[in-house]
Ligand binder design. Sequence first.
Ligand code: IVH
Length: 669
Amino acid sequence: MDVKTQIDLLRRKIEDHNYHYYVLNDPIISDSEYDLLLRDLEHLESENPDLITPESPSQRIGAAPVTEFGTITHTLPMLSLANAMTSDELIAFDGRVHKGLENNADPDYIAEPKLDGLGVELIYRSGIFTAGSTRGDGTTGENITHNLRTIRSIPLKLRDKEIRIPDILEVRGEVYMDKLGFQKLNEERESRNESVFANPRNAAAGSLRQLDTSVTAARPLGIFCYEAGLIEGITFETHTEFLSALKSWGLPVNPLIKAVIGADQIVAYHQLMEAQRDELSYEIDGTVFKLNRIEDRIRLGERSRSPRWAIAGKFKAKQATSIVTDIEVQVGRTGALTPVARLEPVPVSGVIVTNATLHNQDEIDRKDIRIGDMVLIERAGDVIPKIVKVILEKRPVKTIPYRLPDSCPVCGHAVFRPEGEAVARCQNLSCPAQIKGRIEHFVSKGAMNIDGLGTKLTSQLVESGLIDTVDKIFQLTLDDIAGLDRMAEKSATNIMEAINNSKTAMFSRFVFALGIRNVGEHISRVLEQHYKDDLNRFINASREELEALEEIGPIAADAIIRFWQDESNRSIVNACLKNGVIISSAASIEKSGLLAGKSFVFTGSLQQLTRKKASEMVVRLGARASSSVSKNTDYLVAGTGAGSKKQRAEELQITILSEDDFLKLVEGG
Ligand code: IVH
């Protein structure tokens, strides 16, 4: 037998054992026998390196660590699931489905455990694992292909036995760390004096976020696959068929998945899983019920972020008791005073809980929570723990009812609680807690995404008086930043570049960044869909106009109207625009455009255009306008009198355009 055949045979044997082990859950050789096969393969490959292929089972660990993760845009968005908190809500879901399908027969469902790990997408092209990503915001996730390759239950090559392999298979699943592996990992970390992970999900997430794949490879991670993304080359009539195909291809599918019919079986499955929860080797935080027939799914369709054809049944949260040692008051970026209970540390479903939010005075009054009380606390998923009730029998003598302070704990200014509102707010718009908070929100990742402008720097900038409103960020100079305490020249340059890059902002990000109450990322995107890049039309929108938009309710509409009624908010936005911020929208950007992703710098004086107009033109074509030349610059547009920037562009061999060249490029191109 020649070496190539020998290698092929070994690979197939190993892949077959993987299938028995990870999919059938029924290994037919011992771990040490398996290790021997793998070692033989590695040995043969090391002697015949030209025969190594990327999908060989020996090639799981990447060569050099990477420096950062790229992103992957999901071909189809990764939706999330609506939650049912009680059996009644599960029954109501079945009722809605019935009604939606206009069908008297009970529809078939597939019931699945809801794994408490990290949602990922795997992409196979012609059966070869080519890319994998996190769920991210549902549209775009991090490219974690190299780390996913190290997970031994993820086949690098699909099994081609019973069912034809599709040309493209995008499959979604959950990466998890089992409870035992998690415990062992934490024990090892503790013995090395390293910080421990709070729960298996965090440990799995942390493991996938390693830049060095050999670290990920050493972590006990597994996967269960449960949904389809884009599939080309094969279609399915039911979810059952899809799941069997996954198994035949060698992808692990949870063995507890079951077909159920009718509300009674739904509730019974949910209760059974909840009862078994602690015995499972991995964490689950609920159940998922999905319509089995794909045709039925299509009929019901989707809401904006979750399908109508599926629901997650959440388990009851886990509870524990502790003592309230203190109540502290935090001031948020909108001035809201939030009381937080400090607790004696206590473990709740694997996490040490040290505090719980108390929301507001009403909530404290309702539950009559006092310092010194013994309380029942509850942790629901990743939500901040909350106090369910005070255990009155254990109340110490001499406690007093708790009252929020009348003055702001940060600036001392008076606190005001509007009629009918639960939240008390510090009225001082220049309260340091609010200024810093607003700016931190404005520059954060989901908002303007100004890298390098972190909490510490924001504090410095506010305290030194350089910024008191967000528009001042765009007036900062290199000298301003470089002049701060402990600021290196290089970092200052990077921050300036990040600020400049952020000036070409999407409508939705900019609106989200403003921190209008009740206008989160999602609503901001809804607004962008309607207003495109027309900020003015949004600013002057009437209440009726806003409420007519799908998904904008009276509360958000009201918050928007009140926000723009405030003259200072309008002037801050105008100042941003005056200082170079350019608003664009997904619709106004021709994504496929010639200039998509390119970076332009304008220098010298332009004759036919203002610099602002020129910047707007490139942004509309999907490019960026930046003010400083770097190796990332694609084009320098040099007007008359161009000086040092042009020189720098020449040094970096960047394409230099005259104003006429530029106009030809943007108009003709
Ligand atoms: S299906 C369109 N099935 O729960 C439905 N999700 O809130 C897509 N999850 O992001 C999800 N176990 O990370 C589905 N058996 C299961 C699941 C599951 C856990 C996670 C998943 C998703 C989140 C949905």
